[in-house]
Design a protein around this ligand. Structure first.
Ligand code: C5P
Length: 222
C-alpha cells in the first residue's frame, strides 16, 4: 500500500503506525532523497550540477539497519532530518536521473507480507499497481504548525512564518517539477488531516487496507 502527500501532512507518523499494526515492512522513500542530498553536499557537489548529483545517487552506499540509516558507515539518522536536508532533498528530487537511479532500489523493498511505502510518487510512479493508495493532505498553515511544534519539542528554536514560507517553497517545487510531481494517483483515497487527529487517520487507513486485504484484518482480529 502507498501513502503519498506533502511535507508535514503526517505521512511518516501514519505510515509507521499502520506498518506496526499490520506487521508489514516500511519504505520511507523521502529518506533516500535526503541521503542523496546529504551525500552530494558532503562530497562538495553543487546541487545544481545535475550530472554529478545523479552520479551520487547511482553510487549511494546507504544502509537501513534497525530503524537507523547509515551513509558510508556513519549513522546519519538525525543529520538527514534537518530542514536544510529536507530542502536539499527536494532540490535533488527534481532531477529525473536521480529519480530513475532510485527506482529499482525502492521497488526492491516490496516483500511479503506487505509494504507500506511513504513518499510523493509511491502510488503514481513507483508502485502504480498498489492495492491501496492514500493521499494524505493538510493545509500549509497546519503542516507548518505541526512542524513548528515538533521542532520546539526538540528544543530547536524556529520562526513560524519562516517555516510556512519554507513549506510553501518545498510544496511548490514538489508539485510543479516535470518528473513525478506530487499529485494524488487517480485511484487514491484522499484524506485531509487538517482537522483530524493521528488516531482517526490511522483508523481510516487501516480500514481501507482491511477492505482490500481481508487477510491483513484477520491477522489483527478484525
Ligand atoms: O518525505 P520527506 O520530507 O522526507 O521528503 C523529502 C523530499 O524528498 C520531499 O520534499 C520531496 O521533494 C522528495 N521526495 C520525492 N519523492 C518521494 C519522497 C520524497 O520527491 N517519493
Amino acid at each position: 500500500m502507498t501513502i503519498d502527500g506533502p511535507s508535514g501532512s503526517g505521512k511518516g507518523t501514519v505510515a509507521a503506525r499502520v506498518t506496526q499494526a499490520l506487521g508489514w515492512h516500511i519504505l520511507d522513500s523521502g529518506a533516500l532523497y535526503r541521503l542523496v542530498g546529504l551525500a552530494a553536499q558532503r562530497a562538495g557537489v553543487d546541487l545544481c550540477d545535475t550530472t554529478a548529483v545523479a552520479e551520487t545517487a547511482r553510487t549511494l552506499t546507504a544502509k537501513f539497519v534497525d530503524g537507523k540509516i547509515f551513509l558510508d558507515g556513519e549513522d546519519v539518522s538525525l543529520a538527514i532530518r534537518t530542514e536544510t536536508a529536507g530542502n536539499n532533498a527536494s532540490k535533488v528530487a527534481a532531477i529525473p536521473e536521480v529519480r530513475s537511479a532510485l527506482l529499482d532500489w525502492q521497488r526492491n523493498y516490496a516483500r511479503l507480507p506487505g509494504l507500506v511505502a511513504d513518499g510523493r510518487d509511491m502510488g503514481t510512479v513507483v508502485f502504480p499497481d498498489a492495492g491501496v493508495k492514500i493521499f494524505l493532505d493538510a493545509s500549509a498553515d497546519e503542516r507548518a504548525r505541526r512542524r513548528y511544534k515538533q521542532l520546539k519539542d526538540k528544543g530547536i528554536d524556529v520562526n513560524l512564518l519562516g517555516l510556512i514560507a519554507e513549506i510553501e517553497e518545498r510544496d511548490h517545487r514538489d508539485r510543479n517539477r516535470s518528473v513525478a510531481p506530487l499529485v494524488p494517483a487517480q485511484d487514491a483515497q484522499i484524506i485531509d488531516s487538517t482537522q483530524l487527529d493521528v488516531d482517526t487517520v490511522v483508523d481510516r487507513v487501516l480500514q481501507a487496507v482491511y477492505e482490500a486485504y481481508p487477510e491483513a484484518g484477520l491477522k489483527n482480529g478484525i
